[in-house]
Design a protein around this ligand. Structure first.
Ligand SMILES: O=P(O)(O)OC[C@H]1O[C@H](OP(=O)(O)OP(=O)(O)O)[C@H](O)[C@@H]1O
Ligand SMILES: [Mg+2]
Length: 169
């Protein structure tokens, strides 16, 4: 399936994000034990911190990936910083015992790149869209493919005109 226009909005507040990240930690707590978290920057930084706090994980590594965007369409992916071999080699060199966290999976392209580095790791995101679901092991909330998720760190306060003004004229 192609990624369709994402014209529906799913705005997420800080409270919602904290609650959903805690729910992810709860779910993960019964799915295994991890020696380290690898968070996919930048979106994975916030949920990784919350999950690490809940699960008592203190080894936190990053994999830094940039995608070149044209507003909401994704271009090629570039790995700016790979995963430290010390984390890859914690167990078998393939990611066993490692939890990889991101804020969401959309097309699954980002997780696919990281899965090639750590095929045996456990992959978790807070939100997921249907095309990306096969790439993630654990997530909390699924939204439709034509939805854009607005994260609290990307948002600001803005005056909202009353409905009567929006529809007038
Ligand atoms: O499943 P995909 O289609 O690959 O999309 C999901 C990725 O896109 C976003 O990151 P983005 O590349 O925008 O960078 P950021 O985390 O630095 O904001 C999001 O944080 C995921 O990492
Ligand atoms: Mg990201």
């Amino acid at each position: 399936m192609e990624n369709p226009a994402q014209d529906k909005a799913f705005p997420v507040s800080w409270d919602m994000f904290h609650r959903d990240s805690r729910a992810l930690a709860w779910r993960l707590s019964s799915e295994g034990e991890w020696k380290a978290i690898v968070c996919i920057t930048r979106g994975g930084l916030v949920p990784a911190g919350i999950v690490a706090r809940e699960l008592g994980i203190r080894t936190i590594e990053t994999v830094c990936i940039a995608s070149y965007h044209d507003y909401d369409s994704q271009g090629s992916l570039k790995v700016i910083k790979p995963i430290d071999p010390k984390v890859i080699d914690l167990e078998d060199g393939e990611g066993s015992g490692v939890l990889v966290i991101d804020d969401l999976v959309d097309t699954g392209k980002t997780l696919k790149v990281v899965r090639e580095m750590l095929p045996k790791a456990h992959y978790a995101t807070v939100y997921a869209k249907p095309v990306g679901v096969p790439m993630v092991d654990t997530f909390i909330t699924e939204v439709s493919q034509d939805t854009w998720i607005y994260f609290p760190w990307d948002m600001g306060w803005q005056f909202q005109p009353p409905l009567s003004k929006e529809t007038a004229g």
